[in-house]
Design a protein around this ligand. Structure first.
Ligand code: IVH
Length: 699
């Protein structure tokens, strides 16, 4: 798509535009700016190899938004800004596909593929056939129409003849270009097919968020992708980070007098054409083979490596490469005769749901866990699966004794897809949620808008153990040698009863314990000693405050000089921190208002843990000593981080939000809500970068 020379040229233009971005880019450069943005989108979403930081991309994108807001007549439908939709979609009209979207015939082993090859040779009368092989992407299928180079319609498969028009959501998929130069091949209109996916990381992240909010997670990435295509809120569709592969040209109309381009005489050629126009086609994954033997080997190779891919595939698709031969072979009413899917071993299985146990987590949430008759799925035995909450059980109509369909999508946690009511005998029984904590027996509570029942007794032994397990875990204090099993063992033996107890552990008491030799004791002792040096943000994360993940922990660590400073933070102070909303602020406030939490922190400090924010130690004697600063907007010469460093080097302190504690707000171009807020507080002085540098006495 972009040659080396193009790339060099775009990089030059990028540097040039970035320099101008703060001050203003002139309207006659708007098209160049769009080209540069499209180039970087291609690097990021298609090649997975960005050449600018997210921040730099955002600066250019914002500059384009500004230019378009000032010059609405210059907006074009394929501008990178035009993906974003403002309103909710009312409904998705039904539309007819230009060519029916057929399914594929399936094969499961090499015999099936030998059969397919034999039939193909019979139908064509050829001794050897050339095949093109590519992955079978496991998502939701879409059909796209481009007319005069512009994406004009995106539709779901529907019944194959008619689907739902979901153009607005399709435009949220950054790996699909809003315009592509089909006209350079003489093509006036084209219909292409592809698959919309959500990659495994984004899927796991999305499900985590749902569970955190007490909502039901989705069973697999396929459902997540297909469901998102039909979601009414395009902004939510954008947030889920869908991706798309395109793999089939189903129809095209040429401009008058134009000849069929050579690329459109073979399937492999059509994939290259799409790739060259900026689409994500399986250009790198496809292979061409003469005869079926190579095909079989390649399919096996891909099956072995499927877990290493960032997205799910459920097989391979084998297509006769030559379009003229495809035409000759034709199709049935269900599938083309020139293609076949080779399905990988299923990662689904059915088994019996024997019982449901209720586990109490670190925040007191009671999670039902289904105990299953062990079943092998894709090489892993599954015998226990979380069924999340009461609503999830009701939605899926799960009963004890049911046969259930279980799916394990690669490295994604296994899920129950559904119960199989037809297999019921009448002996199945309802799953009854307990009213009291299964561990400490105290009454369970459920907040109105939540799906989760909670044990609110913070002394509940289950919660205490889970909190210790979280505290020592890898991403928290990283105390190796502890591990979940040891924490449970030590707790049962009353060698460890709370988090501070980690630092007063009686190592002599451990010796002689089964599986605990001197070496393990020494290792554990060293790991515990080392954990005292962990930076503040890790400690904050390790405390397991509800809704405080690693990112929020970093924000919090930056906001104070000492962890106990949070005792004095009001809800409002907390909400002024970046990305801290009312729910998170409430939880943090609740934590630091609790006496036993404060006592625990004091004990940890006595034990030698780092409660001070080391980087934030004030420089005394600097010109800015005792003064607080916040930077907003794009500064003319300094990067935000540089400006903050200068302030700190001179004794100043950086706050993360506007409040009455702020002395100076240093504003650059495009300062937003912080500036508005600061104007309302009389004591905050609003200054420029130059004035700030003067304060330091260095300029
Ligand atoms: S070709 C006329 N190629 O699998 C042939 N389909 O089970 C059109 N799929 O409906 C299909 N990856 O949604 C083709 N590389 C690929 C594919 C693929 C996934 C989907 C497609 C199709 C379904 C059939």
């Amino acid at each position: 798509m972009y040659s080396k020379e193009d790339t060099r040229e775009y990089q030059k233009q990028t540097a040039d535009l970035l320099k101008k971005a703060g001050k203003g880019i002139s309207a006659n450069e708007i098209e160049a700016l769009r080209h540069v943005l499209r180039f970087h989108e291609h690097r990021y979403y298609i090649l997975n190899d960005p050449l600018v930081s997210d921040f730099e991309y955002d600066q250019l994108y914002k500059a384009l938004e500004k230019l378009e807001a000032e010059n609405p007549s210059l907006i074009k439908p394929d501008s990178p800004t035009q993906r974003v939709a403002k309103d909710l979609t009312k409904d998705f009209p039904t539309v007819q596909h230009l060519v029916p979207m057929l399914s594929l015939d399936n094969s499961y082993n090499s015999d099936d593929l030998f059969d397919f090859d034999r039939k193909a040779r019979e139908l064509t009368g050829l001794p050897v056939i050339e095949y093109c092989v590519e992955p079978k992407f496991d998502g939701g299928s879409i059909s796209l129409i481009y007319e005069n180079d512009l994406l004009t319609r995106g539709a779901t498969r529907g019944d194959g003849v008619e689907g739902d028009e979901v153009t607005i959501n399709v435009k949220q998929i950054r790996s699909l270009p809003l315009s592509a130069a089909f006209s350079s091949y003489g093509i006036q209109q084209i219909e292409i097919r592809g698959e919309v996916l959500i990659n495994k990381t984004n899927f796991a992240r999305y499900n985590e968020k749902l569970v955190e909010q007490g909502l039901s997670p989705l069973a697999n990435p396929r459902n997540a992708a297909a469901g998102t295509l039909r979601i009414k809120d395009p902004k939510e569709a954008a947030r889920r980070n869908l991706e798309a592969f395109v793999y089939h040209v189903s129809y095209y109309a040429l401009e008058k007098g134009k000849k069929v381009p050579a690329e459109l005489t073979t399937h492999a050629g059509s994939l290259s054409l799409l790739w060259d126009l900026g689409f994500r086609s399986p250009e790198k994954e496809k292979r061409i083979f003469k005869g079926i033997e190579g095909v079989i080997k390649y399919c096996a190779e891909f099956e072995t490596g499927r877990d290493n891919l960032p997205y799910e595939i459920d097989g391979m698709v084998i297509k006769v490469n030559d379009f003229a031969l495809q035409e000759k072979m034709g199709m049935t009413s269900h599938h083309p005769r020139w293609a076949i899917a080779y399905k990988f071993k299923a990662r689904q299985g059915t088994t019996r749901l024997l019982d449901v146990e209720f586990q109490v987590g670190r925040t007191g949430a009671v999670t039902p866990v289904a105990k299953l008759e062990p079943v092998g799925i894709g090489g892993v035995t599954v015998s226990s699966i979380s069924v999340h909450n009461e609503e999830y059980i009701r939605e899926k109509d799960l009963r004890k004794g049911d046969r259930v369909l279980v799916e394990r999508a690669g490295d994604v946690i296994p899920q129950i897809v559904k119960s199989l009511p037809d297999a019921r005998t009448g002996k199945e029984t309802a799953i009854v949620f307990p009213k009291t904590c299964p561990v400490c027996n105290s009454k369970l509570f459920k907040e109105e808008e939540e799906a989760v029942w909670r044990c609110v007794n913070i002394e509940c032994p289950a919660q205490v153990v889970e909190r210790i397990i979280h505290f020592v875990s890898k991403d928290a204090m990283d105390i190796r040698g502890f591990g979940e099993a040891n924490v449970r063992k030590f707790y049962e033996l009353q060698l460890l009863k709370d988090i501070p107890g980690i630092y007063t552990l009686d190592f002599n008491g451990l010796s002689g314990m089964e599986g605990f030799g001197q070496k393990s004791i020494d290792n554990l002792q060293t790991a515990i000693a080392n954990s005292k040096k962990q930076p503040l943000h890790r400690l904050i994360y390790a405390l397991g405050i509800r809704f405080v993940g690693e990112t929020t922990a970093k924000t919090l660590a930056q906001a104070v000089n000492h962890l106990l400073d949070f005792k004095r933070f009001s809800l409002e102070d907390l909400q002024n921190l970046e990305d801290v909303g009312p729910k998170v602020a409430g939880s943090i406030h609740h934590f630091f208002s609790n006496k036993s939490n404060i006592e625990m922190l004091e004990l940890l400090e006595k034990a030698g843990l780092q409660l001070k924010n080391e980087k934030k130690q004030l420089v005394t004697g600097g010109n800015l000593t005792g003064q607080t600063f916040l930077f907003t907007g794009t500064l003319p010469t300094l990067k935000r981080s540089e400006a903050e460093a200068i302030a700190e080097e001179n004794g100043g302190q950086i706050l993360s939000g506007v409040s009455a504690k702020l002395n100076y707000l240093v504003v650059g171009e495009d300062a937003g809500s912080k500036l508005e807020k600061a104007k309302k507080i009389n004591t905050v002085k609003i200054i420029s970068e130059a004035e700030f540098l003067q304060l330091t006495g260095k300029k």
